[in-house]
Write a new protein. Sequence first.
Length: 446
Amino acid sequence: MRIDPIAQELNAVIKNGNPHLMEMFSKTGRRLFFPKGILTQTAEARQKAYDKFNATIGIATEGLHTMCLPSVMSHISDIRPSDSLTYAPSHGIFTLRNEWREAMIRKNPSLKNKSVSMPVVTNGITHGLSVFSDMFIDPDDVLIFPDKMWGNNYLIMSVRGDARISQYRMFSEEGGFDLAAFEARARQEARNNYKVVVFLNFPNNPTGYTVSEKEGDRIVEILTKVAEEGTNVIAVTDDAYFGLYHEDGTMKESLFARLCDRHPRMLAVKLDGATKELFVWGLRVGFVTYGTVINGDTTAFYEALEKKTAGNIRGSVSSVSHLSQSIVLKTIKSPNTQKQRAENVEILKRRAMRVREVLTNPKYEDAWEMYPFNSGCFMCLRLRTANAETLRIHLLDKYKVGLISIGPTDLRVAFSTVDEENIETLFELIYKGIKDLDSQFTIHNS
């Protein structure tokens, strides 16, 4: 397997800082590098060449300004062509990366004075998962997920990446996160593998559950112990719905903040983004950030890791939309953003509380039970009698109600898309649909 000299240089820096990381990389990850090609040469030309003789990058200019169509710019009146139509760096716009890192530390005070990388911009968190998979997952590597997980993880890492997904029961009989099941699964896979990849998604999709402070601390203890006993641990925090907390008692920081400096055999990877945090789903601006224990020069170590990540992006989508990044950057800097965001979060909280209030109705007890939820955009019902997919189709056809079925028993409800005044009616229609199916079953078997 040929490894480019630039990749060898990056690998040497990373190995010097933390040799265990070289064991965690996939074959692709070890070979990745950021090429000293067009982008690097263009960056050098920007610094040294006269503007009128800079003939490097494949865009068009006129009078030293970015060439554009007025019909396009009429829709982007306050962002100049050079900040909207040109290519962004594969790492992402530096100012945006720095602003996101500073905001991440403000939102996670435990990160203060800890050594983590600069965030690298991805085309949404889905792309971030794909980038991570390329860099750290080989066929047959084991990935640990709860039995309540986002289905696209399977497509990205198992179907495309050929990894093996190992699941544990997410909720205990008493309610809350099943720490015993989590620990048993982590230890079992650690005994059989030199590396385990653990995904921690809170607020969880599909259930809308976030662990408590106590549960979060115990998760960190379990993974640290696994690393101390000699297994490499990659802990991935999928923080897509970070900040959407609706009840007291939930952990308000990302677990990344508590995992990033625990042990040399543990790499913490934070996947987050403006996507949900700033209510800009279609702009597709996500971030990947790394944290681990490093010997020596932390800056050189993380720069090498960031270059490998940027090389992956350069070799796939090239870069993330410059316009999207510029919009997000302006939004972060706006003095009105936090107030506006808080107003939206409060609306979602009221909807979540209304769901909980409606579901206290005892008549629903024979139809379903409610999985624990306290955050995010979703909640899940465990159906007692109806098949989830059969009910989903029936509700869509008869009542024009759209929901998501997950397996034979679970139904996901996105209360984030239902106005508060319509929530009671929504669950009443779900209940009617179940009774319809129960009646059909009785007639068929009579």
